[in-house]
Design a protein around this ligand. Structure first.
Ligand code: NAD
Length: 350
């Protein structure tokens, strides 16, 4: 397939490499020409503008920071739409918003250019290994036509057609919003319980054995509790962008979202305090710093299976999150010996 790729950053560069490796004919463009050096050396052609990149291509992928960059690359005399031929497909894999794509689609339709939104989960590690999870929004025929191209970048089992135009963006934003909400709520629950005198490990195990259990408490929070690792693989600046887009989407949809708005504010506080490049789990540290209560499990009280985990995963939390199914805690199977002053969770539960 004749493909162009625009936006060769942390995600776009490895995704382009996988498109090349799958045997497609590739043209690349970025604001930074140096970002394309390795790809050009490996056989991709360079284009000086988005318009030039789109000329004669059957499909063009964009992987840009957000809505403003997408509009900048697509519209105007040097924009992508001005170069793409009728019958071609624009696939936006950026985490962006339905509203921007709607505006662009109004101009793409009359030119005979099809549009698909197809944002991803899996981070740079998943982009490199070609195992991204992809959520596509648009018509089914367009999705079927470009599926082989998507399969060059994602795990074939997890390339999902999730609905009409905009549905991909929406699903991606909702996944991130709920995860950030899990994180902020869990940080508060663990801090309150600990300050009120309950052992942190006991509290976590009780939560896991209860209707309040979650994948976040089972898995993701352990990065902080065991290692003080706040996951720099996904930066606070991007987390804040995603939360801002999610809350904007709620406003457009006319849905009151006091909880989501509070989560966004907490993330903005963490970004102001720890910087753009800080890890996405730093809102936990915000509370730790405010209360003086570090949330850490002493090694000897960790569940046996967990004390044998590697010190740090070889891939970021976001990838772990999507790759590992939630397994509810089973009392008696993984609980460590209880300290003598703590209730035994190995005992039959009521
Ligand atoms: P990045 O900042 O590393 O890369 C963006 C690239 O786009 C840069 O090379 C930049 O020069 C280029 N660019 C910006 N504006 C441009 C324009 N107008 N024309 C041409 N090139 C332009 O960002 P990233 O981490 O690769 O993320 C890209 C998108 O993927 C974002 O929407 C992000 O939210 C999403 N995403 C990122 C991750 C992640 O782990 N980094 C995971 C999932 C989704």
């Amino acid at each position: 397939m004749k493909v162009a790729f625009i936006g060769l950053g942390h995600m776009g560069a490895p995704m382009s490499r996988n498109i090349l490796a799958a045997g497609h004919d590739l043209v690349v463009h970025d604001l930074r020409r140096d970002a394309a050096a390795g790809l050009v050396a490996d056989g991709a052609a360079w284009a000086d503008s988005p318009r030039e990149a789109g000329a004669g291509r059957e499909a063009v992928v964009t992987m840009l920071p957000g809505p403003a960059a997408v509009e900048q690359a697509l519209l105007g005399p040097a924009g992508l739409l001005a170069g793409m031929p009728p019958g071609s497909v624009w696939i936006d894999m950026s985490t962006s918003t339905p509203a921007v794509a709607d505006r662009i689609r109004e101009q793409a339709g009359p030119r005979g250019i099809a549009v698909l939104d197809a944002p991803v989960s899996g981070m740079a590690a998943g982009a490199g290994s070609g195992t991204l999870q992809i959520f596509a929004g648009g018509d089914a025929a367009t999705f079927a036509m470009v599926r082989p191209l998507l399969a060059a970048m994602g795990d074939p089992e997890r390339i999902l057609h999730v609905g009409p135009h905009g549905a991909g963006y929406t699903v991606k934003l909702m996944i991130n919003l709920l995860w950030f909400a899990h994180l902020t709520a869990t940080a508060e629950v663990l801090t309150i319980g600990t300050r009120a005198g309950v052992d942190l490990g006991t509290l976590r195990r009780c939560l896991l054995a209860s209707p309040a259990a979650s994948h976040f408490i089972d898995r993701d929070v352990l990065s902080v509790l065991e290692r003080g690792d706040y996951d720099e693989g996904f930066e606070l600046a991007l987390a804040c962008k995603d939360l801002g887009l999610a809350v904007d989407l709620a406003r457009v949809a006319g849905v009151p979202v006091p909880v989501s708005a509070a989560v966004e504010q907490i993330y903005r506080q963490a970004r102001a305090r720890y910087g753009d490049a800080g890890g996405e789990m730093l809102p936990v540290k915000l509370l730790e710093d405010l209360t003086g209560i570090p949330l850490r499990l002493p090694a000897e009280t960790r569940p046996a299976a967990e004390t044998h985990r590697p010190p740090r995963p070889a891939y970021p939390m976001r990838l772990l999150r999507s790759a590992r199914p939630f397994r509810p805690f089973r009392p008696g199977l993984t609980a460590p010996p209880s300290p003598s002053n703590q209730p035994s969770l190995s005992a039959p539960q009521e």
